[in-house]
Every structure is written in C-alpha cells, then in structure tokens.
Design a binder for this molecule. Structure first.
Ligand SMILES: CCCCCCCC(=O)SCCNC(=O)CCNC(=O)[C@H](O)C(C)(C)COP(=O)(O)OP(=O)(O)OC[C@H]1O[C@@H](n2cnc3c(N)ncnc32)[C@H](O)[C@@H]1OP(=O)(O)O
Length: 204
C-alpha cells in the first residue's frame, strides 16, 4: 500500500524536477481549454496535438495508479494524489505546511477548473482539500490514518482565487483522532469541518 523505494532525496528531487513542469503545463492546458474562444480549426488542431502528446507519454507507463512512496530518509511522495499530486493536473496542487505543534496550513490558488456555482469553488473541491489537510493533521506524518467521518458546514460561498486552509487535532481517543479545520477566502470562513480519523487496526 505504501511502497518503499530505494531512492535518495537527491534522486527524488531530480525526478520532481523532471515531472513537476509536466504537471504545471497540464494545469495551464486545463485552464486554457476551459477559457478558450478558439474556433473550429484551432480546436481541431489542438486536439490532434494533445492526442500526439498523450501517445508519446503512453510509450512507457507504470501499471495502475501512482501510489504512495517513501524512501529510507523518511521522505514520502504521492505524485498522483488528487489534492497534492505534483504530476496530477486535477490537483491544485496543495502544499500542506505543518508547524512544530502539528497544526496544519495551506494556501492554494483555485482557478476556473475548480468552479461549482458561478465564480465560486465547488463544494466537493473544498471537501477534497479539507479531507487531505485533515488527514495530514491527524497522521502528524508519523502514523497511518484514514478518514472515518467528515462533517462539513458550508457557511458562506467561497469565491475562486486564493484560499487558505488550516487545521488542528482537537482530541484523541484510542485509535480515533479528532480534527477541526476550515477553509477561508477573502471574505472570511466559508467551510468548517470536523473529522474523525482512524488509525486502522492493521497498521498497529
Ligand atoms: C498523510 C496522507 C493523508 C491522506 C489523507 C487522505 C484522506 C483519505 O482520503 S482516507 C480515504 C477515505 N477513507 C477510507 O477509505 C476509510 C475506509 N474505512 C476503513 O478502511 C475502515 O473502516 C477504518 C480504517 C476507517 C476503520 O477500520 P478498523 O481499523 O477496523 O476500525 P474499527 O476497529 O472498526 O474501529 C476503531 C474505532 O474507530 C471507530 N470508527 C470506525 N469507523 C469509523 C467511522 N467511519 N467514523 C467514525 N468512527 C469510526 C470505531 O467506532 C472504533 O471506536 P471505539 O474504539 O471507540 O470503539
């Protein structure tokens, strides 16, 4: 499930330097595709070019999904992750910062690809980002935790643009870790979340 890979941090850095720009270009492409007014000929041409690029990348592929990896130094990476995946154009990607006391923080720019109501962030996208940040908060990057229950209160619409997420552990009880978190935009808190994260019995 979590796969050990015999790579040094420098080797992981080199791979991230190779594939990171690919993910960034794809995000630009998604935004451009949503917002373009190009005509029939240009769009047909773009489709052919994209299909040719896809063929090129398909030449050498791994089996299945990207997975979660870690190395001997304890570094962990999940390049396909829907919230933080460096190589995943679906992911903003969110970069979760963790302070010494375990509290978490992330600042993300959500553009046209994350729209739900007009000009607003899709509620499911808020849930995705909160779930991930809260999972990191619960795990403190030292143990495996799975989302058991996530309760969301959508208090205000969240305009597209810069959003800030923050979270902290609010309690622990046996294998259950309770986490509180929120996501806010320029007009204040939009979504509040409470979660119960479980340390699975198999990971103990
Ligand atoms: C660092 C990377 C961060 C990534 C963050 C991403 C977050 C995610 O997306 S995780 C994926 C989504 N979640 C899942 O797929 C979880 C699916 N569910 C499962 O695998 C299991 O049901 C799991 C692991 C939650 C619990 O299984 P198990 O270890 O057998 O727990 P179990 O022994 O039944 O229960 C342990 C305790 O947790 C409680 N509990 C179990 N399930 C839940 C639940 N869904 N909600 C609340 N409490 C629960 C039980 O009541 C029990 O409490 P108590 O000790 O007080 O009796």
């Amino acid at each position: 499930m979590f796969r050990f890979v015999d790579l040094s941090d420098a080797e992981v850095d080199a791979l991230e330097a190779r594939y990171g720009p690919l993910g960034a270009s794809l995000r630009e492409l998604v935004d451009a595709a949503i917002r373009t007014n190009a005509g029939d000929a240009e769009v047909r041409d773009a489709v052919a070019t994209i299909e040719a690029l896809t063929e090129k990348l398909r030449i050498d592929q791994i089996e299945g999904a990207s997975g979660v990896h870690y190395n001997e130094a304890g570094r962990s990476w999940s390049w396909g992750n829907a919230a933080i995946g460096l190589r995943n154009a679906v992911a903003p990607p969110m970069d979760v910062q963790q302070s010494e006391n375990g509290d978490t923080y992330a600042e993300v720019h959500l553009g046209a690809a994350y729209e739900g109501p007009p000009g607003m962030v899709h509620g499911g996208v808020s849930a995705l980002l909160l779930d991930h940040l809260m999972g990191v908060t619960a795990s403190r990057m030292t143990k495996v935790t799975f989302t058991g229950t996530l309760t969301l209160k959508y208090r205000n619409p969240l305009p597209l643009g810069r959003v800030v997420l923050s979270g902290e552990v609010s309690g622990e009880e046996g294998r259950k870790v309770f986490v509180a978190a929120r996501i806010e935009g320029d007009q204040g808190i939009a979504v509040e979340a409470d979660g119960i994260f479980i340390v699975p019995v198999w990971s103990e």
